[in-house]
Each structure stands twice: as C-alpha cells, then as structure tokens.
Design a protein around this ligand. Sequence first.
Ligand code: GLC
Length: 751
Amino acid sequence: MNKTLAKFFILLFAVTTFSCKTESKNTVHHSEETAYDAKVDSLMSLMTLKEKIGQTVMYSGGWSVTGPVISSNNKKFIKEGSVGAMLNVYSVKGTKDLQKMAVEDTRLGIPLLFGYDVIHGFKTIFPINLGLAASFDLEDIEKGSRIAAEEASAEGIHWTFAPMVDIGRDPRWGRISEGAGEDVYLGSEIAKAYVRGFQGEDLSKHNTILACAKHFVGYGAAQAGRDYHTVNMGMDELRNTYLPPFEAAVEEGVETFMTAFNEVNGVPATGNKFLYRDILRDEWGFNGFVVTDYTAINELVMHGYAKDRKHATELAIKAGIDQDMMSSANREFLEELVNEGKVDEALIDDACRRILLAKYKLGLFDDPYRYCDEQREKETIYKPEYLEAARKSAAMCSVLLKNDDKALPLNNNQTIALIGPLVKDKENILGNWGAAGDRTGKAISVHQGIQEYLNDSKIIFAKGCEIEGDDTSEFGKAISAARKADKVVMVMGEDYDMSGEAASRTNINLPGSQTELIKAIRKAVPNKKIILVLMNGRPLDLSEEDTLADAILETWFPGTSGGHGVADVIFGAYNPSGKLPLTFPRTLGQVPIYYNMKNTGRPIPPDNPHEDYKSHYLDAPNTPLYPFGHGLSYTTFDYSDVKLSSKTIGFSDTLTASATITNTGDYDGHEVVQLYIHDKVGSLTRPVKELKGFKKIFLKKGESKTVSFDVTVEDLKYYNANNTFDVEPGEFEIAIKGSSDFDFKQSFILQ
Ligand code: GLC
C-alpha cells in the first residue's frame, strides 16, 4: 500500500475515531475545544514519541533574518516528521512547497504552522507600534492588524509573532519601538485590540491568524536599556506593571505566547516555571501554546542556568514551554531525556496536544492548503483601501509636540525649504520589523506627500546631511535653500535599524550632525519658521531642538503611506490628534522617567522645586520635556465642569465622572480625553497617577461635548501587599484631562 493511501487510512481512522467518540459520548453539543480535543486525542494515539516531539520543533526558512543565521537541513527534518512549524517563509508558493512535504512525504501528513513577524503590517506597512499607540485609537489599531492578517494569510502565514506587549520605559532600549509605551492601561487595551485584529472572530476562516503575546515577561525592563540584559524587579512592579498587558491578551483569547530572552529575578524566562506554569497556566488559565524566542533554549546555557543544551531542553519543557524556535534542542534531546526517565512523556504529550489543537482551530487538517490561494494572494496584497488605511493611521499617529505661533499648518502658496536626510527616504520610513514590506521604492516619502500639496516650484530641496556621520559639507546648500524660502521644513531622525532588536543606544540624541544643521539653519534665518518633522523609534532627547524649532511633529516611522499621512498633517488636511504613549525626557540622565512614578517620602514641593533635602537633581528639573499623554492640535480644547456622581461610593457602586470639553479654536479636531486616578494610600505605595480610561472624541470648532467615565472597584484594584488583586478603601483623587501633566483637584471616598 503506498504512503498516501496509508496516510489516508490513518487520518480516516483519526476522524472516524473522533466521530465514533462523539457519537459514543453523547449528543450534547460540546464546545469547539472539546470537539477538537477528541480529534487531537485520536491523532495522538497514532503518533510515535518522535512524531510528537516533531510538533515541538520550529525552524526558520531564512526568507527574513530575525536572529543568528543557523543552517539546518529543514527539508530533511520536515520529511522525517521532525518539524511542527516554520518561521520566516512566506508567499503561497514558498509555504505550499514546504507544506506539501509535510502533508505528502511524512507518515501522518500533519500540516506545518507557518509563523512570521507581522508586527505592524505584512506588505502594507503601518506606522511602528509606538506610533500606533500614539493614536490612542483602538479601532484603528484593530483595523490595521486585521489588514495585516488579510495580507499575511493571503501569503500562506498562519501565525504572527505579535502583539509585542512589553511595557517600555527606557528609551535606550531599541525594542521600545515595538510596544505601546509606558502605561499599563493603554498597553493592556492595545494588546486586546491587536489580538482581536489578528485572530478575528473565527480562526477557522482563512483570513485569520494566530496571535502571539510576547515577550513574556519583563523584557522592557532590561538593565540600562541594553537588549537581552538582566531583569530584576519586585513583585509589586512585576504584577502591577509588566504582567497586566499579558493577562489582558489572555482575556482576549490570544492563542500563543512567546518567551522573553531575559532572566527574571535570576531565572531565565525560557526556563521559568513560576511564569509559565504558576502564573500563565494555573492563575490565568491560558490553554494555548508557548513558543520560545529564537534559540532561547540554547541560551539557558549562556545564562548559566543549564549546564549544557540537553539540560536546557529538560528545564524548558518542565517550565511549560511547548515549542522550540531554532535551538534544535527539542529535536536532538527530548527523546533521549524521555528514555532516560528525566522527562515524563506526558509533558511532551501536553505540548504536542496544544500545538495540534491550534492547527485544528485553523482548519489545517480539513485543508492544509487553505492559506495557499494564488488568486487571493494577487487580489489581496496592497489593496488601495489598505494603503489608504495606512495613510490615515500615519496621520493619526503623528504627535504635534510643539507649535509656536501656529507655525503649522502650512498653506500651499508658501515656498518651503525641504531639508534633511529623511525627506526623500523610502526605506527607513517603514521602521523596524518591516516584515515583507518593500524598502526599495514602494513607500511614499515625505517629499512625495508634500508634492501632492505643493507645486514643485514652491519646494526647494536640500538634503543637508546624512542620518549619521559628522559631514557638514552640504550645510551650505541647505542654508541657501532656507534663505530663499518662506518656511523651513526639516525631516530628520534615526535610521530604522537604530531601534528594534539588538539596537540599544547609549545616547538618545538625534544622530550625526543633524542637530548641528538645525542650529546652522536657525542662525542663518533667525526669523523664519522652522518645522522639525521626526522619524524615530524611541523617545529622543529634544531639549536643544525644542529651543531651535518653532514646531516639532513626531511621526515615528509612518509606514508605506507615511509621506501622504505626514503631509496631510503638515497641510492641515488632518488636524493632529496623537498623544505620547510614553515620556520624552529632558535628558537621558532622568531615565527611567515616566508619568506614573511613586511620590517618594520627599517629593519636591510644586512651589519650591529646589527645596533642600527633597527628591530632585542638581542639574535638571524632575519634569520631562514632553509628558505621557501630551499632544497638541491646531485647535484648542477647554476642559470644564468636571462632575462626580458622588463624593463617596461603596464597594458595589459605580462612580460616574464627567467633564465638558469645548473646541475653543479655529479647526475641527479630535481630542483624546483621559481619565486619571490616584489611590492616595495603599498597603503598597501607589503611583502618583494612573490612566484608567480614555475616549477619543471629535469636536467641530465651537462645539462642546460632555464625556463621562464610569468607575467601579474593578478599576481601582491592584496586586497589594498580600499579592492579591484587590481594592482597599480610602480616598482616590480623580481627573479628566488632555494629558498627564496636571495636579489633581477632586477626589472621592471608597468605603
Ligand atoms: C526574534 C525576536 C522575536 C521574534 C522572533 C522570530 O529574536 O526576539 O520578537 O518574533 O525572533 O523572528
């Protein structure tokens, strides 16, 4: 009997066993999970130990390089049934070729999972995630990840290694660009929006993909902002800051988790039973599967936690890690460890079952090629509505940090000098983790975006300098352009690979001679408006630029349609509404600095910031240059009439807080109305303020709206001194504002 026929009978047995099982059990409708469980059990009853171990192995196809390149005979291992998933392979043809090997050349024909880093778009690239967070627009974030899932699934991808939900508070850390910034509430809400977008309503549909909450946990707290560095934190910080966005992803139904490279309090995440069995599975009830980060099992040896790779393999599976990305450790050592009695086969059964369950949910056993539709691939990639959505996101993510004397918006009858190394850029504009995005010309540069508004005769371009390096030889041409123009627009920032993985910096200034060029232009045209447009993957120290430029527009890396979106803001077609998802310090010396810090026992008095024996610096204020939640508009918004439904609430009550927001300026616009709470006394000290809600509203000029927030004890709970998630009675300050930069004026009592 040939292989295919044998396999057919084997799978038929699996299915009929399942159907018999269902009939034999009862006619009660089981949940989808139970239905799949029966199928998985049937299939697993046919699998050898080697085949079960195969499901726990992932290799890279090398189409993208996202870690140390390690050659491996993937095709041989796939044909042996020793591979369960592949990463860094995409396109219908690329995935179908490998899928055919798994389905047709192995004994049981178990399909592969194809995973890829679809972080902020697949081919149509959206602004980097830090920028998306700045939109404070959960619907738009969900929509963007839905579009990413449509494109990725059309090219054979079943699984994205996103959302990255690491809280980031150190701008030296390059991966701060991939997250949602410094705040727990914002990060948690955004994590849920990504999961909804990627996974959709029904994973069995071929345009939905598995999401992956990463990197569990604490990666953003790496010492000194140096990537992969040690993480050490108390239970207060772990439970009240770094864990909540991951728990939010679990609540939203995220199907997979990825381990962090770092250790957490002496135990590397990839071998950390407390994290993966005690918290993730026992406390949170997560029943998806966990994949390691790239070669992370092997790295337990370098951490000094495993004596060799075999020991590392044992530690990882015992910690609850299901799949090995690129270490080869599971494939090489698990069978031996079981045969030596060091690893219970039941642990491998658990891991294998979780991975097979995901494949069933995706419908891969019904049709392993359901994501391999060449017609759909042609019709889906770069749909005009996707590029338009990316344009809108780019506009919504831009944050107007400064706009003295209404330097912005520009009108179309002024001549502008367009200066800077990123004016015509079509490569860096995608930012890091640009997936399968095109860096060779598809993206719209800021120059092209501006050309849509301004006739070429009114644009005088001069690059002026490079992103890096100390060459000032082109300054003269830039100065000459500035002298001939009415206004100066400078497009500057970082190279895209100055942030992202393994891209930490010890200084957060504009690189190279860019600041020097701004100084030279300011000196040459002291009375002309200078508008600084930034592309960067982290908060920068803009203290000097803040004194030189009249307006500063933070665009992050705005993506494939970035030039259009940024120009829409510059010329006022979109009134900027972005708000900072993290703090911009005055100087790196203040880091870590974030809005929801603790008060300390010696806070500085607001009216005397230099009072002696108080918590302050000798050479800088405590305040940041631009705070969390900050972002200007071309109009102004007035907050008034903040009302509380009661001054006292009981544990089962709901407090309604409301404010009237009025557009008091000359432009219609969006405003992100933010709700902040301060728990004044706790069994653990509490942050001086915490974001507990936000609503993005649209107001025509002169229009007013009342915005209200309902607050219950659920919003006031935290992990207290007893490590329990609970609320404590007492006084809570409350405010509704347009930024975190305020002092509380009202409070209520919970009793
Ligand atoms: C990388 C990253 C991780 C990514 C993985 C696969 O090392 O840390 O975020 O998903 O490898 O590319």
